[in-house]
Design a protein around this ligand. Structure first.
Ligand SMILES: CCCCCCCCCCCC(=O)SCCNC(=O)CCNC(=O)[C@H](O)C(C)(C)COP(=O)(O)OP(=O)(O)OC[C@H]1O[C@@H](n2cnc3c(N)ncnc32)[C@H](O)[C@@H]1OP(=O)(O)O
Length: 268
């Protein structure tokens, strides 16, 4: 834990150094507006090891990559900016195209908006036949709630992403309708935990999923949760578009509108 927290803090110091000194050069750190013209070219997959990953996280990652070799498991890629075909479809069907053109280039996935090691470090593996996913998660120092432990909102976010990914693999464009979480033990900051999710039931457009969060040695059960995800209905797209139009007509400055609009719910 100490080692990975130290790595996280190193990233923080590096970031501060950059803020005080030269502008950041890495393409993914530049403001998204500048990314717009080269958006298609910047598709870094964030669900891969970086120097902030602890030994535990790397070890588990390697174990699951081995499981991927026979095709029973697959690693789900994860992008900071909306770039997968699934999300392109999502934008086309459910959002006002002008808003997409003008504003969404600035949007990025909430869980990928932190410097390496400071926020959400995670990778999700999917087993299609068993309709389940495993999310390996290391929550960094910026996710603190009570001192030394993860914030409940950060845990809920990770549960939403883990359950949502499990549901999306079967359901495509989905949204969270309900989350129910039991927090059983506090999760130590910078520790690695395993989120096991499964699709329990598919009923029309409703996907019922559940998960538990355990320590790497499986001895500690941190949380349990159930979720209901709804497969979006393309026939309802115009209502959503109208909603976005009315937001634009209210005429807040564009950046504010984007920040406060539901556009940010789009995930990779
Ligand atoms: C590969 C990697 C990819 C990457 C994957 C990325 C994963 C990230 C996942 C994160 C996703 C989010 O955080 S999304 C952000 C948070 N969620 C939201 O903002 C959603 C806000 N809610 C809504 O927009 C809406 O309520 C929807 C879209 C969820 C559903 O609206 P709708 O499409 O009109 O559906 P509607 O007719 O109302 O309901 C359909 C059926 O579901 C039932 N139903 C609807 N809501 C509920 C509910 N809360 N509890 C019980 N049941 C409900 C209805 O009774 C009905 O049942 P019956 O009559 O058919 O029996």
């Amino acid at each position: 834990m100490l080692r990975s927290c130290t790595a996280g803090l190193r990233s923080l110091w590096a970031l501060r150094g950059r803020r005080e000194g030269a502008p950041r050069l890495s393409t993914d750190l530049q403001p998204a507006r500048r990314l717009f013209s080269t958006e298609k070219a910047v598709h870094k997959d964030w669900a891969l090891p970086n120097p902030s990953w602890s030994k535990d996280l790397k070890l588990l990652f390697d174990q699951f990559m081995k499981k991927c070799e026979d095709g029973s498991w697959e690693r789900l890629p994860s992008y900071k900016h909306t770039c997968t075909q699934k999300n392109e479809d999502f934008k086309t069907y459910f959002l006002d195209p002008q808003l997409v053109e003008e504003g969404l280039s600035q949007a990025q996935l909430f869980t990928r908006g932190f410097e390496d090691g400071l926020g959400f470090e995670y990778v999700i593996f999917n087993n299609n036949d068993e309709k389940r996913t495993v999310c390996l998660f290391q929550g960094g120092p910026y996710l603190q709630g009570i001192p030394g432990f993860l914030h409940g909102g950060a845990i809920a976010t990770m549960i939403d992403v883990a359950l949502g990914s499990c549901a999306a693999v079967s359901g495509g464009a989905i949204m969270t309708a309900n989350l129910n979480i039991n927090f059983k033990r506090p999760v130590p900051l910078c520790s690695v935990v395993v989120v096991n999710s499964q699709l329990d039931k598919l009923e029309g457009r409703k996907l019922f999923v559940s998960c538990n969060i355990r320590s790497v040695d499986e001895k500690t059960l941190y949380s349990e949760a159930t979720g209901l995800f709804i497969k979006l209905d393309p026939k309802k797209k115009f209502n959503i578009k109208e909603f976005h139009s009315s937001l634009r007509k209210a005429a807040p400055p564009l950046e504010e509108a984007v920040v406060s609009s539901p556009a940010l719910v789009i995930h990779c």
